[in-house]
Ligand binder design. Structure first.
Ligand SMILES: *Cc1c(COP(=O)(O)O)cnc(C)c1O
Length: 359
């Protein structure tokens, strides 16, 4: 056993960080609807690409995942030095925060939003400035602009927003961008872009607003959450410091090969998108029939804002075989794409309603 005295001490900001939590029951339930993973396993072409890359596992990958970057640049019609890839879009977010923020600076973001934001902002040593969502569970653009100070170095926009699924229109995103000084970085986290209804395209916007960084991922629509691949698109001048802030060899050769194969398999991605779109409609209609209205979702999940009923609903879902993500006192986020799981959630809702405490 070690003695507590005399051990190295972490920076106090690190000790104070909130902890990234996982849903109760996720390991044991029949359906995992708590982490916004794809409900369909990778297709054979991706599994084969992974195996082939494994044969060369004794060799280092390229420094910056050159094959994947080239494929993405072509797909997005941008120069290769406008694209960076990394071990999940969270790694790229960390690089952006490391490069552009730090102690004494502020990062404005909506709240409730993605729970990793306050953690990563804290790791960078910056101060998070959370701005409450409006009554429709959407980013409050005017309040976010009003929260800017001379210390603001970055604004973080989650569009569609996790966990509420709400989207900004292109007009609203432009209004935000017009209200942010050009020396402040605007990070558009588009993890759910492929599922979105509004289809606001950050890559198009960054041609007009070079202070924008767009983050996207292979974890959701491409179904590779376990492989850890994300990418960023930015003006090359803005992207260069992100490169500088990256650990060398950030993406494994296996992950790169998987992502290249997934990018090429549009039929599989189409199946994922179709199942999500269908399930979103099905679950929201079922909830509405039980008297629960939900915001329209542009993600692979639905937000059920049950407030004080959150803990009971989440427990009922687990009892019906589905793990969900509960935000105590606010609501439950359910990943969609699997009809049987959505039916189990609807059964859990009906159970909770039937057993509602008196008064
Ligand atoms: C899931 C998610 C990500 C993805 O992170 P990866 O590191 O790419 O797996 C990023 N942002 C948001 C808002 C998410 O929900």
């Amino acid at each position: 056993m070690t003695r507590a005295i005399g051990l190295p001490r972490a920076r106090p900001e690190i000790a104070a960080l909130p902890v990234y939590s996982r849903a109760a029951g996720a390991a044991t339930v029949r359906w995992r609807a708590s982490s916004n993973e794809a409900t369909i396993a990778p297709p054979p072409a991706v599994v084969e690409a992974i195996a082939r890359a494994g044969e060369h596992g004794h060799l280092y990958p390229t420094l910056s995942a050159d094959n994947l970057v080239a494929a993405l640049a072509e797909r997005l019609s941008v120069p290769p030095h406008a694209v960076l890839s990394g071990a999940g879009s969270l790694a790229l977010l960390q690089q952006a925060l490391t490069a552009y923020t730090g102690p004494g600076t502020e990062v404005v973001h909506a709240w409730r939003s993605y729970e990793a934001y306050p953690i990563l902002i804290g790791i960078a040593g910056a101060t998070a400035v959370p701005v409450p969502l409006d009554t429709q569970h959407r980013h409050d653009v005017d309040a976010m602009i009003a929260a800017l100070t001379p210390r603001t170095r970055a604004v973080l926009v989650c569009n569609p927003n996790n966990p509420t699924g709400t989207e900004l229109t292109e007009t609203e995103v432009r209004r935000l961008l017009d209200g942010v000084p050009s020396h402040v970085l605007v990070i558009l986290d588009e993890a759910y872009h492929e599922f979105a209804e509004e289809q606001v395209d950050g890559v198009k916007l960054l041609r007009e607003y070079p202070n924008v960084v767009v983050l996207r991922t292979f974890s959701k629509a491409y179904g590779l959450a376990g492989l850890r691949v994300g990418y960023a698109i930015a003006d090359p001048a803005v992207a260069a410091p992100l490169h500088a802030a990256a650990p060398p060899f950030g993406l494994s050769s296996v992950a790169e090969a998987a992502a290249c194969a997934a990018l090429a398999d549009s039929a599989h991605t189409g199946r994922v998108l179709e199942s999500v779109r269908w399930s979103r409609v099905h679950l929201r209609a079922g909830l509405s029939a039980s008297g629960i209205e939900t915001p329209a979702s542009g993600g692979n999940f639905v937000w059920i804002p049950v407030g004080a009923g959150t803990t009971r609903l989440a427990a009922a879902c687990v009892a019906h075989g589905v793990s969900v993500r509960a935000f105590s006192g606010e609501g439950v986020r359910v990943t969609v794409g699997e009809r049987d799981a959505e039916n189990a959630v609807l059964a859990a809702v009906d159970h909770v309603i039937a057993h509602r405490p008196e008064g």
